[in-house]
Design a protein around this ligand. Structure first.
Ligand code: S3P
Length: 437
């Protein structure tokens, strides 16, 4: 995990050109290990993200008694232990930087007959967990947190859970998924309703593992007491990682990149819509499906962008893409306004504050509001920005620097390895100016 010792120097390179293979989807990779572990039989995962977050989840299931083989990079063979086959771990389970790992595991482990403790790194230890512990406790779970609902989570096993009909307060696929996982063990039916539909990988993948689950945008419903049947999972390329290259090629003159077979789940691609509203030239080619998900090559060419008011309805579909969006906005003609995005304050960092501060350090005016802000574009200068140990902030500023007038030093970038190992190598290969400081 990040020790905070790595910085990058980033500066304008040439135009970005070539064909890039983006690593596997983080959300899908986490779930593939979890559900493979709970299934009866052996599941194979192809395209598994070799990131620190997803490796932490795999390591946790090894601690819980699941045999997981790595025959080659990005491949896992998971020997499922069945829905009741997990074993108590010796020590605390370390989710690293991963909110998805911790929140989904909270739901799953609350339903086991043994106790567990979930811990995380400094960033995860500051992230709100009440959003999962409260509804889980309504189902009968017993989970102790630190004050203010922060990790570590001390989960008391051996509780009989009851199904719940629950409407989420914030649109969160992690909370929805935690409740559905607990619901697999609960007496009766669990129904989760969302204020805005969120990514439905849990629902789709449980279905692929043979679970009888009913779902439509904004609603998921399953009965407890079902078993999972092993299956093979093909993980698509992560749209959230592709996002940085979509923005980089859009803002650097003469660029043209092809991003191969990127996952285009409609609950993930809000940025594509926002960039197109801004004038971006992004074409989908070779559409197909990969592991049941829509995928396509994304061909992106430089295009002049203009500022927009980001439609609030798009926010949940691009919740991880705001750091990239802010950089596109910084290089557009005219201001961009973001509203309804207060959730950004409780991600791996306070992303509204981190982006505003970083852009100001490079000479921009950003008016920050509690749930968004206005980015006033101008020519970016060189300077020093702090990624706050947040992988997406670090990558966003590496992209920003490709159109800056001077060098940009980006502090504390080691956590890029949580979601996009090899980002710097890929970026340099495509033409970006990026080196370890
Ligand atoms: C995720 C859900 C989102 C997203 C995160 C991954 C998931 O979090 O930001 O990167 O895999 O379910 P929230 O559920 O907090 O919105």
């Amino acid at each position: 995990m990040s020790d905070g010792s790595l910085d990058w120097m980033a500066s304008a390179g040439g135009p970005l050109r070539g064909t890039l293979e983006i690593p596997g989807d983080k959300s899908v990779s986490h779930r593939s290990v979890m559900f493979g572990a709970l299934a009866d039989g052996v599941s194979t995962i192809d395209g598994f993200l070799e990131g620190e977050d997803t490796r932490a989840t795999a390591a946790i299931f090894s601690q819980l008694g699941v045999r997981i083989e790595t025959p080659s990079p990005s491949r896992r063979i998971v020997h499922g232990v069945g829905i009741d086959g997990l074993q108590a771990a010796d020590g605390a389970l370390d989710c690293g930087n991963a909110g998805t790992g911790m929140r989904l595991l909270a739901g799953l482990l609350a339903a086991q007959r043994f106790d567990s403790v979930l811990v995380g790194d400094a960033s995860l230890s500051k992230r709100p967990m009440r959003r999962v512990t409260e509804p889980l406790s309504k189902m009968g779970a017993r989970i102790d947190t630190e004050s203010c609902g922060l990790p570590p989570l001390r989960i008391h096993g051996g509780q009989a859970l009851t199904g719940i009909d629950y409407t989420l307060e914030v649109a969160s696929a992690q909370v929805k998924s935690a409740l559905l996982l607990a619901g697999l063990y609960a007496d009766g039916e669990t129904v989760v309703r969302e204020p805005h539909p969120t990514r439905d990988y849990t629902e789709r993948m449980l279905c692929a593992f043979g679970v009888d689950i009913e779902f439509s945008p904004g609603l998921a419903r399953l009965r407890g007491g079902q078993r999972l049947r092993a299956t093979d999972i093909a993980v698509p390329a992560d749209f959230s990682s592709a996002a940085f290259f979509l923005v980089a090629a859009s803002i650097v003159p003469a660029s043209e990149l092809r991003l191969k077979q990127v996952g285009l789940n409609p609950r993930r691609t809000g940025l594509l819509q926002a960039l197109r509203m801004m004038g971006a030239d992004i074409v989908e080619e070779n559409p197909s499906t990969h592991g049941g998900e829509p995928v396509a090559d994304l061909v992106v060419r430089h295009a002049p962008l203009h500022g927009i008011e980001v439609p609030e309805a798009l926010v949940p579909d691009m919740i991880d893409e705001f750091p990239a969006l802010f950089i596109a906005a910084a290089h557009a003609q005219g201001a961009t306004v973001v509203r309804g995005a207060a959730e950004l304050r409780v991600k791996e960092s306070d992303r509204l504050a981190a982006m505003a501060k970083g852009l100001r350090a490079l000479g921009l005016q950003v008016d920050e509001t509690p749930d968004g802000g206005t980015i006033h574009p101008a020519e970016l200068q060189g300077g020093v920005v702090d990624s706050q140990g947040d992988h997406r902030i670090a990558m966003a500023f590496a992209v920003a620097a490709q159109r800056a007038r001077g060098e940009v030093r980006i502090g504390d970038v080691a956590n890029v390895a949580t979601s996009f190992p090899g980002f710097d190598v890929l970026a340099r290969g495509a033409g970006c100016g990026l080196a370890e400081a």
